[in-house]
Design a protein around this ligand. Structure first.
Ligand code: NAD
Ligand code: FES
Length: 287
């Protein structure tokens, strides 16, 4: 069913945008951690985006995307009032959120575009009554997302930028390591962002023995557990990100295999984007 874009905001012009979609059914049922599969039009492929926020009363969901391939470029070409052909969801398993006994705390780590998806999870922990520390990182201040939104409900927001233009200079694992060393009440870490970041977070927390959940951004085709495109090895077993995840125990994920699978179709993805930009949408790829 076509879904209307009610609001569009270019968070980082030319790179990252936020859409508020008129999707009452999804807004009513989606929980933190869930994602949707989108198909922009008849020429588009299906692709997943994690839900960044929901407003069940107004019947809307928020998605945030990095413009990086053909599908997100097609999405970026739409504006307020336009319709997306299909938005299927909520999909995947919701984040496991339980009330932590005081003074236990959870740290929600987000890197780059992953901060938007992490926002919904942090909100869920806040609603459950947990002490939430957001730990967010970007290459520079102008690439930092959702700082104001997270500051509204998180107990603390730790910021790092690679160039030091805002917060601590460094990568997101720097303030995280600092806190883990000082605060023994941190019992859980959730991380969403680039694969090297989630891997670094998991390696760090393993040293401290802190439970860690990562939200994987595997390639997906059907999003229903039937095609196998999103398979990932977790604890030596094959799991499907779309139906068994997208969240898994970060200490059990085979990140090297995940990185390899994510880069497997880079040439075809670049070619598809080029053909889209040139106005050639033939599905067989020959024209
Ligand atoms: P980026 O490369 O600019 O990195 C953002 C921040 O992540 C950095 O500033 C740093 O603080 C941290 N980081 C990156 N690599 C790190 C490492 N090796 N160790 C510790 N910290 C590290 O981020 P971007 O360009 O916005 O990221 C884009 C990637 O994130 C895309 O590949 C996209 O698919 C992925 N992504 C994943 C999810 C998800 O659900 N896991 C959601 C959105 C985006
Ligand atoms: Fe097909 Fe997960 S996307 S099995």
């Amino acid at each position: 069913m076509p879904i209307t874009i009610l609001h569009k905001e270019k968070l980082i012009p030319g790179r990252t945008s936020k859409l508020i979609l008129d999707a009452p059914h999804i807004a009513r049922t989606a929980k933190p951690g869930h994602f949707v599969m989108l198909r922009v039009d008849d020429h588009g492929e299906r692709f997943p985006l994690t839900i960044a926020d929901t407003d069940p009363e107004n019947g809307t969901i928020t998605i945030v995307y990095l413009v990086m391939g053909k599908s997100t470029t097609m999405l970026e070409e739409l504006g307020e009032g336009d319709a997306i052909l299909d938005v299927c969801g909520p999909l995947g398993k919701a984040t496991h959120i339980e009330k932590l006994p005081a003074p236990k705390k959870v740290v929600c780590v987000g890197g780059g575009t992953g901060v938007a998806a992490m926002h919904h999870i942090a909100k869920g922990h806040h609603k459950a009554g947990n002490y939430v520390i957001a730990c967010i990182g970007a290459r520079s201040k102008d690439l930092l997302l959702f700082h104001d939104e997270l500051s509204q409900f998180c107990n603390e927001v730790l910021v790092s930028t690679n160039d030091g233009s805002f917060g601590m200079q460094g990568i997101v694992t720097d303030p995280l390591k600092d806190r883990l060393e000082k605060d023994k009440n941190i019992v859980e870490v959730v991380a969403v962002g680039p694969v090297p970041m989630m891997r670094a977070v998991a390696e760090l927390t393993a040293d401290f023995g802190v439970k860690t959940t990562v939200s994987l951004n595997s390639l997906m085709v059907d999003g229903m557990g039937m095609c196998g495109a999103c398979r990932v090895s977790v604890g030596g077993e094959t799991r499907f990100t779309c139906v068994d995840g997208p969240e898994f125990d970060g200490h059990q994920v085979d990140f090297a295999e995940l990185s390899k699978r994510l880069s497997a179709f880079r040439t075809q993805e670049a070619d598809s984007l080029e053909r889209h930009k040139a106005g050639r949408n033939c599905q067989c790829g020959a024209h």
